[in-house]
Write a protein that binds this ligand. Sequence first.
Ligand code: XBP
Ligand code: MG
Length: 247
Amino acid sequence: MKALIFDVDGTLADTEKDGHRVAFNRAFAEAGLDWAWSVDLYGDLLAITGGKERIQHYMDQYDPVFELSTPVDEFIANLHQAKTRHYKALVSKGGIALRPGVESLLRAAHADHVRLAIATTTTLINVTTLIGSTLGESAIDWFEVIGAGDVVERKKPAPDIYQWVLDKMELTGQEAIAFEDSENGVKSAAEAGVTQIIVTTNAYTAQQDFRAANIVMDGLGDANQQPSLQKGDAPLHGVDLAWLSTL
Ligand code: XBP
Ligand code: MG
C-alpha cells in the first residue's frame, strides 16, 4: 500500500442529498426554472456523474420540450456555476460533516507520511471547500494529487480520473487502495487497475453492484460506531492504517 486514493461525494462526506441536491434546486429557483429535484429523483439522476452532465440528462429525459434562447452548453454552464456557488456557500457554513472515521484516518495517514490523493467527479472548488471547512485551510495540502471534475474528458465510471491520478503519482493500480461509495466509482477504479477497493455505502448506493470491490461496508467505523459489513472483512474498531497496511 503506497497510497490511499479517496473519492469525495458519498465517501469523505455524505454530500449529495442535503448538499449538491439542495444547491441544484437553489440554482434552478434563482434562474426562475420550475425544476425541483426530489430526494428520490436525485437518486436516479446520480447514475450520471458530473453536475453539468446530470443537468443535460435531466433536460433530455424529463423536460425535452424545454425552450432555450441561448446555446444549451452556455445555459448549462451558467446554471452549474450558480449551483457551485450555492454548494460552496452551504459547505463553507459547515453544512456538511465528514463521515465517521474519515477525519481520524486522514489525520493518521498525514502524520505517517502516507501518500494521499483524491479522485472525484465533482468540481475542484467543492473539494477544497469541503476539506477546508472540515479539516482546516492547510489540510488540502495533505493530498499530493487532486483529480477533480473536468480535468479528464470522461467522468466515472470511465477509468480516466483514477488513471490520471495514478499517472501523476507514478503508481500502478496495485500500489494504491481506493475508497469509494458508488458503483460508478468502483467501476472507474477497477478499470484503472486498482486492485484494493474499499466501499463505504450510503442511502443512495447501498443496493448497487460492487462486484469489483474487496470490502463493502456502511462506513469506515470509529471508536463509537462499528461498521456493518456487506462483503469482505474489516476491523470492528474501524478501518485504521495498521489494518490497511495488511491488505
Ligand atoms: C459525485 C458526482 C458529482 C457531484 C456533483 O462525484 O458525480 O457530479 O454529484 O458535483 P464523486 P458537480 O462521487 O466522484 O466525488 O456538480 O461539481 O459535478
Ligand atoms: Mg462518490
